[in-house]
Design a protein around this ligand. Structure first.
Ligand SMILES: Nc1ncnc2c1ncn2[C@@H]1O[C@H](COP(=O)(O)OP(=O)(O)O)[C@@H](O)[C@H]1O
Ligand SMILES: [Mg+2]
Length: 255
């Protein structure tokens, strides 16, 4: 099994980054993979959505601020699914300006010490473009950009892709960029239009399964569950399982 490290990233808020992170993390673990969920958003919604509701946890914040060892913060949350929490002080990091490359490599170095234990790592990113996201980009091999199917969705996407390509060039490492269509309403012309345009401009990067707008997807985090556990027969569960299959079977670093 090849080890895969994904960052779920888009500077826009509310596009389904966290929703995609925890449902994919759960879907990958249900494929029998050992998964680590890394919560890089100070709001801690990744961990909360998987049922880790403790608000005084430490995690990525101590790794950044105190140069602490990673291992002690990892929490086993499900069979084959561990969480590295954001920690309640992670918000302080975004206020720091990056001082040299060392600060941008903190997450990557933190993961280096523990990644041998996992098949798949999923990093949920904050809706900003500061030091945390820069760290996520250095730490990952693949970026998943959730794009919601509304009329402002495409705005900023070309710019984001351009920035990511420049970052990749600057970082001088391979990095795959995938686009996941979220909050898709098949009956709405607008959703279809967004999908058509994405397929036209980025045919090789758009993941095959659009995630449909679906009430159980919005409800499941308040129960601390992925939609796959909360409502296994829902569209949301079907879509996220299909998205995970698509990624593991057909989308590789070579694809
Ligand atoms: N497929 C979906 N169907 C219904 N609600 C969704 C869906 N995807 C996301 N949402 C809801 O949209 C809101 C924003 O999603 P979220 O994942 O938190 O976005 P982000 O992390 O990008 O800010 C949340 O309330 C979430 O429950
Ligand atoms: Mg989020």
């Amino acid at each position: 099994m090849t080890k895969r490290i994904f960052a779920v990233l888009n500077q826009k808020g509310g596009v389904g980054k966290t929703t995609t992170s925890y449902n994919l993390a759960f879907a990958f673990s249900s494929q029998g993979r050992k998964v680590l969920a890394v919560d890089l958003d100070p709001q801690s919604h990744f961990a909360i959505s998987l049922g880790l509701k403790d608000t005084d946890l430490s995690g990525m914040d101590s790794i950044f601020l105190d140069a602490a060892d990673t291992d002690q913060y990892i929490i086993n949350q499900r069979d084959g699914l561990d969480i590295l929490p954001a920690g309640y002080r992670l918000g302080e990091i975004e206020k720091l300006s990056a001082k040299g490359k060392k600060q941008a490599l903190i997450v990557r170095n933190a993961l280096d010490s523990i990644k041998h234990r996992y098949d798949t790592i999923v990093i949920d990113c904050p809706p900003t473009s500061g030091l945390l996201n820069l760290n996520a980009l250095y730490a990952c091999d693949e970026v998943i950009i959730p794009v919601s199917s509304d009329y402002l969705a495409l705005q900023g996407l070309s710019q984001l892709l351009r920035t990511l390509r420049n970052v990749r060039k600057y970082m001088d490492k391979p990095m795959k960029i995938w686009i996941a269509l979220t909050r898709f309403t098949g009956r709405r012309r607008l959703s279809q239009e967004v999908r058509d345009r994405l397929l036209k401009y980025f045919p090789h990067q758009v993941l095959a399964t659009p995630i449909r707008e679906n009430a159980p997807v919005a409800e499941s985090p308040s129960f601390g569950m992925s939609v796959i556990e909360y409502s296994p027969n829902s569209h949301g569960a079907q879509d996220y399982l299909a998205l995970a299959d698509d990624i593991t079977q057909y989308r590789t670093m070579k694809a």
